[in-house]
Write a protein that binds this ligand. Structure first.
Ligand SMILES: Cc1ncc(COP(=O)(O)O)c(C=O)c1O
Length: 427
């Protein structure tokens, strides 16, 4: 398997891999697509410079992807987390093909949307009613609007990212959004109940919802944080919304609400529910969900049948093949391997909490810069066939059930050499 991975070198030094086609296409794209791609987090600059990183992927199979120049990688980005099973899964492809033969989108609703809604209600603890849309941003936006309908209040208390729409982007000061939106959202840090409590007091009587991820990348709730937030929301008549776009169908089939046994009023699911096909779902308590018809939430493509067919089969596979257990097994193995590598090189690796996304940071500096050390580590990994995600000095590995034990072994071998390589540069 190793031989197929182009870029794998025997000298232990980073070699410049061939990225010619990728780089040429990137230049063409920059002329016609602002930023060169349509998903900000897939921009080559968010990983490394185009000199060291592929800019476009040609195809995927199981846990592997191939770039335009034919380099193969073990993929730990998982398309930003929707791919929980793996790429090009036959069972899902067959269902997609079968649905294509019948049609993609119809003039009236189709029976499969009722079927999928029933499945979600059975699998997600807090789901009593369901509405489908296409993206995470759409369902979190629908949840916030519904909370305003239910409570008659305006203010949003938010923790973490929830999508590109005005109500959330105002919080990060994105341009093009009227000032008034900024006054309607305030951020609170995960696991900081005191701050949240103060914010509720400060905006007393005008809070529509608390919208939050129930577990962040690599960070689990601590000190009964979720239970305390649930109680506070109940006492103050505020709707509690869990953003399960990442945690849904990954932390547990029914999301973080199932894993931590705290039931929100509304929840937003997306990414993992169809292994890459575009579909998202707003779910929640009937008394609140039923009010969605009092406002205006709709989309032409909301009941598109191919994604629904893919989602039905994805959920069957997730359950039958106990995919979530495999995801935890993989992350445990990666974490344990990284711990051993850290010990053998006597370089600290901060591993964060044991969630189904491995997040880590390396305690190493090159030219007095941790970021430079992280870039060198990442370059080595890429050159040796691993696609991983980096935010400054933090790395994340998003496992897919298709990662085999051998893939994990190969990956750990690369991490080991990458750390040695970066350590040598630091001296
Ligand atoms: C927690 C969370 N919420 C919402 C979103 C937005 O989802 P989408 O990109 O499908 O609109 C994301 C996307 O990364 C996310 O991670």
């Amino acid at each position: 398997m190793k031989k197929e991975m182009s870029g794998l070198n025997k000298t232990g030094k980073v070699q410049q891999m061939k990225l010619e086609k990728s780089q040429n296409l990137h230049q063409r794209a920059l002329e016609i697509i602002p930023g060169g791609t349509n998903t900000n987090s897939k921009r080559v600059e968010t990983f490394l410079s185009p000199k060291f990183f592929p800019t476009y992927i040609e195809r995927g199979e199981g846990a592997y992807v191939w770039d335009l120049d034919g380099n193969r990688y073990i993929d730990y980005v998982a398309s930003l987390a929707p791919i929980n099973i793996g790429y090009n899964i036959k069972r899902i492809n067959d269902k997609i093909r079968q649905q294509l033969e019948k049609g993609i989108l119809f003039s009236l609703p189709s029976s499969s949307e009722v079927e999928l809604a029933e499945v979600l209600i059975e699998k997600i603890p807090g789901a009593e009613m369901v509405r489908f849309l296409k993206t995470g941003a759409e369902v979190t936006s629908a949840a916030v609007r519904l909370a305003r309908v239910v409570t008659g209040k305006d203010m949003i208390l938010s923790c973490d990212y929830h999508g590109w729409h005005d109500w959330w982007s105002a919080k990060i000061g994105a341009s093009g959004i009227p000032q008034c939106f900024q006054e309607l959202i305030t951020d609170f840090p995960f696991n900081d109940f005191e701050t949240l409590e103060k914010l509720v007091q400060q905006h007393d009587g005008n809070v529509a919802c608390i919208i939050m991820t129930a577990a962040s990348y690599g960070i689990e709730p601590k000190n009964d944080f979720l239970q305390k937030v649930r109680k506070l929301a109940d006492e103050k008549g505020i709707l509690l919304i869990f953003d399960e776009i990442i945690t849904g169908f990954r932390w547990a089939l029914g999301g973080a609400q199932e894993k931590y046994d705290v039931i929100p009023d509304l929840a937003a699911f997306g990414k993992g529910m169809a292994n890459g096909m575009p579909i998202s779902a707003l779910v929640g308590k009937k008394e609140y969900m039923s009010k969605i018809t009092e406002t205006f939430v709709t989309s032409t493509f909301a009941s598109e049948a191919v994604s629904i067919a893919a989602s039905l089969e994805t959920i069957r596979i997730l359950e039958e093949e106990n995919v979530m257990r495999r995801l935890y097994e993989i992350t445990d193995k990666l974490r344990e391997g990284l711990r051993q590598i850290s010990e053998s090189h006597q370089i600290g690796i901060n591993l964060f909490d044991p969630t189904p996304v491995v997040k880590f940071e390396i305690d190493l500096e090159i030219e007095n810069s941790r970021e430079t050390a992280s870039i060198e580590f990442m370059k080595y990994c890429t050159e040796n066939g691993l696609l991983i995600r980096r935010y400054g000095t933090e790395f994340s590995l998003c496992p897919m059930a298709s990662h085999s034990d051998e893939d994990i072994e190969v990956s750990l071998e690369v991490f080991d050499k990458a750390l040695k390589y970066a350590k040598e540069k630091s001296n």
